[in-house]
Design a protein. Structure first.
Length: 94
């Protein structure tokens, strides 16, 4: 199993085989990567959203699409691995 799919399994806590784009972006926000970050433009395209303000923010992301997203973005890959200058961004912001 590619290492990126381990993170999918963590986010897919109820084991439905999919997560929502809301769950995905919520997790990234905890890592300091906000949905309006210009580096996520390609990610929005993969998910099928034109922008974060898209009228349907709860698009499903399955394992395959998650792999595409992570594989297309070093920013996301580093966020999932908590590989940042500020490693615990959520606590840093408190």
């Amino acid at each position: 199993m590619p290492s990126s799919l381990i993170y999918f399994d963590i986010l897919d806590a109820d084991r439905k085989g999919k997560i929502t784009s809301f769950q995905f972006f919520d997790h990234l926000k905890k890592e300091g990567i906000y949905p309006d970050d210009k580096r996520l433009k390609k990610t929005l395209g993969i998910i099928g959203q034109k922008s974060i303000e898209d009228d349907h923010p709860y698009r499903d992301i399955d394992r395959n699409k998650f792999g595409q997203i992570v594989g297309s973005s070093a920013v996301i890959k580093n966020a999932l691995k908590q590989n940042h200058i500020i490693s615990d961004f959520e606590s840093f912001c408190k």
